[in-house]
Design a protein around this ligand. Structure first.
Ligand code: HBI
Ligand code: FE
Length: 295
């Protein structure tokens, strides 16, 4: 399989990140090797087994409705028929991480960029950048949920606006994506459940996020989230918990310009801090999570 083409490393507040070409590419489905399909299948089975009782029902049901399974890497064109009918979204193939404006413009037009290549077998437990498994297994299913799909589109439109305002606004908005779309938890009558793509696509973090006593779990509060820094190279020090996808959708309804102006006057908050006004959920029990797993 030909390796993805990197264009440059972009300096962001997360340090240098590889930024690929912004070209939309056809999914080279017939070029995937047996090892690629096997990697997909092994990751799929391991995560689905872990996620029953840990991921929210909407995620698991949507993944089944999409027709994803462990037999082979799903075909984007087949998924697009189901996804398009459900919420009007389309998957497009990309080389990898896009410059933020390109990414936001795709979301604003209900296009979700999916990395066309999958990690190598020796990377099965961790890969530093999003690959096909992270994007397709992690991000795509919830695009079947009309409320979440509308949130993602509203987020994209907000991102295009934030990009026009400047880098500080963009940094604040990127934290919202990080603590919801990537690492969000949701409160249910059966307890906390996972919906964030960065968690559901990671074996370690699927356990750690719910069961480790180490991280904070704090109720969703828009400004609090947008002030909270994060690290890209460890498990999260704090997870934010929404009450519903409707809450997420409503949070993106107002114009953020006044919010950015207010945030510019306030300090950011270290990832591990807990504030007086935080709505704190109880700590993980530790069962199912060995101490040595905590970072
Ligand atoms: N590009 N392909 C791709 N996928 C992402 O999830 C992505 C991106 N570029 C930027 C980005 N995510 C984050 O910085 C978001 O917060 C915008
Ligand atoms: Fe992601």
């Amino acid at each position: 399989m030909n390796a993805p083409r990197r264009v440059e490393n972009q300096l962001t507040d997360k340090g240098y990140v590889p930024v690929y070409t912004t070209a939309v590419v056809e999914q080279p489905w017939s070029d995937y090797s047996d090892a690629d399909h096997d990697t997909w299948g092994r990751l799929y089975l391991r995560q689905r087994e872990l996620l029953v009782g840990r991921a929210c029902d909407e995620f698991l049901r949507a993944q089944d409705d999409l027709g994803m399974d462990a037999h082979a890497i799903p075909r984007f064109d087949q998924l697009n028929e189901v996804l398009g009918a459900a919420t009007g979204w389309t998957l497009i193939g990309v080389e990898g991480l896009l410059p933020e404006l390109d990414f936001f413009e795709h979301l604003a037009n209900r296009r979700f960029p999916v990395t066309w290549w999958i990690r190598r077998p020796e990377q099965i437990d961790y890969i530093a950048e999003p690959d096909l498994f992270h994007d397709l297994f992690g991000h795509v299913p919830l695009l079947m949920n009309p409320l979440f799909a509308d949130y993602m589109r509203a987020y994209g439109r907000g991102g295009v606006k934030a990009h026009g305002i400047g880098p500080e606004a963009l940094a604040h908005l990127t934290r919202l994506y990080w603590y919801t779309v990537e690492f969000g938890l949701i409160a249910t009558t059966d307890g906390l459940r996972i919906y964030g793509a960065g968690i559901v696509s990671s074996k370690g973090e699927s356990l750690y996020s719910l069961e480790s006593p180490a991280p904070n779990r704090i109720g969703f509060e828009l400004e609090r989230i947008m002030r909270t820094r994060y690290r890209i190279d460890t498990f999260q020090k704090t997870y934010f918990v929404i009450d519903s996808f409707r809450q997420l959708m409503d949070a993106t309804a107002p114009d953020f310009a006044p919010l950015y102006a207010r945030l510019a006057q306030r300090d950011s908050i270290p990832a591990g801090d807990v504030l007086e006004q935080d709505r704190v959920f109880q700590r993980g029990s530790g069962e199912g999570w060995t101490r040595d797993g905590d970072v």
